[in-house]
Design a binder for this molecule. Structure first.
Ligand SMILES: [Zn+2]
Length: 451
């Protein structure tokens, strides 16, 4: 009896240690356990972990530091024809912060529950794809698959805070140029249904400030053209425009991400006193701020005209400024007003990747999903922004995709989790995608010159 018991104990130990160290789920959980949350993301340890994984698979690894302590890790699986444009799989190393007291399990514990849920900040956004890429390549290599095109995987810092020290430095670099990238897959979002979601564009965020001025006056008088009156009139006009866009969404004619959103984020007015506001003074200045998001289908000049003529017209003593959250080729300054908006690539084309047969990569990608037993929903514009915009600015076709079906969308939320079965299925989806894209012969020249 004691012998049997110790045998069972030995077997238990063997399997538990074994499963801790050698399974795809264990490797995913280890990657989730690095605390990569802002404001102080740990980049060094996950990068060492990824390099050790790359070594065990037999991938080449290089690290670039465009900004000290903010590494970009690049893994490479050389293709048999290195002259063909390569395929790049991107993910970001960092995560948004988590509030541990609002979580059912510590956010960097990667707790695996009995029903197969893995709880961690980053489980969906986007550490899943980071390791799935590697597991897919591990399996393809084990089967003796040889890619025709070179496959690169990039791990970039700071995506969650705008990517300015990450992709915004990497993508315009000589090092990136040398990769001769023909097609990119970057992160997408979970799907609550049976079908996978795919994103062909991001909306472009603008920060809009409008300011009204007018003669100050006694609170008891009715003035024409006072600052408050002018600002309130503008807010009415903007609200009407917002309603017209929202109505289209409510009628089911477009998705939230396909219309222009304009949402008030602050109001600033009033003469302050030590106890509050002077209640009998009409102020000479009043200001409001808006978060404006433009889909790439919108002509930016039309919005600029609308702002100048209707939202903040000079004839009503209004001024305005807008900051496009831009980046990209050249230098970045957060308060730079750029005339040519980031809705266009370097050739002046809308920043979106075509999802029809005129993009030769699209049918290859779509068929790869189907070959893995999956289906895609109608391609979408992402409501927010990702690093994909930097690649699209260079004219490189880029799709956002994270293989998560039947999963609640929990990115940036409390109790972010991913089910083990969903995670494992994603690996086989990437096996299909990586083998199809890397075997694709049709695109024998680079899509666009980037010189
Ligand atoms: Zn993300």
């Amino acid at each position: 009896m004691p012998i049997l018991r110790s045998l069972f104990f030995f077997l238990f130990l063997f399997f538990s240690v074994h499963s801790e160290e050698d399974t795809p789920i264990a490797r995913f959980r280890r990657y989730l356990q690095f605390n990569t949350a802002h404001p102080n993301p740990n980049y060094a340890d996950p990068v060492s972990f990824l390099i050790s994984q790359a070594d065990s698979i037999g991938l080449q690894a290089r690290t670039f530091e465009f900004i000290p302590s903010k590494p970009v890790l690049l893994l490479t699986w050389p293709g048999s024809d290195p002259s063909l444009p390569s395929v790049l799989f991107n993910s970001h190393l960092d995560s948004v912060p988590a509030e541990p007291d609002k979580w059912s399990h510590p956010p960097f514990s990667a707790t695996l529950t009995l029903d197969g849920k893995i709880y961690a900040r980053g489980a969906q956004d986007d550490k899943c794809i980071a390791i799935q890429y590697l597991e897919a390549i591990r399996n393809l290599k084990a089967r003796g698959f040889v890619p025709l095109r070179t496959i690169h995987i990039s791990y970039v810092p700071d995506e969650e805070i705008g990517g300015f020290d990450g992709s915004a430095k990497f993508v315009p670099s000589k090092e990136f140029e040398d990769l001769n990238v023909g097609f990119v897959l970057d992160e997408g979002q979970a799907s609550t249904g049976d079908e996978f979601r795919v994103f062909y564009a991001d909306r472009s965020p603008w920060n809009l400030k409008i300011k009204a001025s007018g003669a100050p006056g006694h609170g008891s008088n009715m003035y024409d053209n006072s600052a408050m009156e002018n600002l309130m009139r503008s807010i009415e006009v903007i609200t009407k425009f917002r309603d017209s866009q929202f109505d289209v969404v409510k009628a089911g004619e477009a998705m939230n991400s396909e219309v222009i959103s304009v949402n008030p984020v602050y109001l600033k007015a009033g003469i302050t006193t030590p106890t509050g506001y002077a209640m009998n003074v009409q102020p000479s200045e009043a200001e409001a701020g808006f978060d404006l998001r433009l889909p790439p289908t919108v002509e930016p000049d039309l919005i600029k005209k609308r702002i100048a003529e209707e939202w903040a017209p000079a004839r009503r003593n209004m001024t305005y400024e807008y900051y496009m959250i831009s980046f990209g080729i050249g230098s970045y300054h957060p308060l730079m007003i750029i005339e040519k908006g980031p809705l266009r690539d370097y050739m002046g084309r809308p920043l979106m990747t075509l999802t029809n047969d005129s993009n030769p990569w699209w049918p290859v990608f779509k068929q790869a999903i189907e070959a893995a037993g999956g289906k895609l929903t109608r391609p979408e514009i992402l409501a927010s922004t990702t690093d994909a915009r930097f690649m699209r600015e260079r004219g490189i076709p880029t799709l956002g995709f994270s293989p998560m079906t039947n999963t609640p969308i929990l990115l940036h939320d409390h109790n972010e989790f991913l089910k083990d079965t969903v995670y494992l299925r994603g690996i086989s989806v990437y096996e299909s995608i990586i083998s199809s894209l890397s075997s694709f012969k049709g695109e024998s020249h680079k899509m666009h010159s980037t010189s």
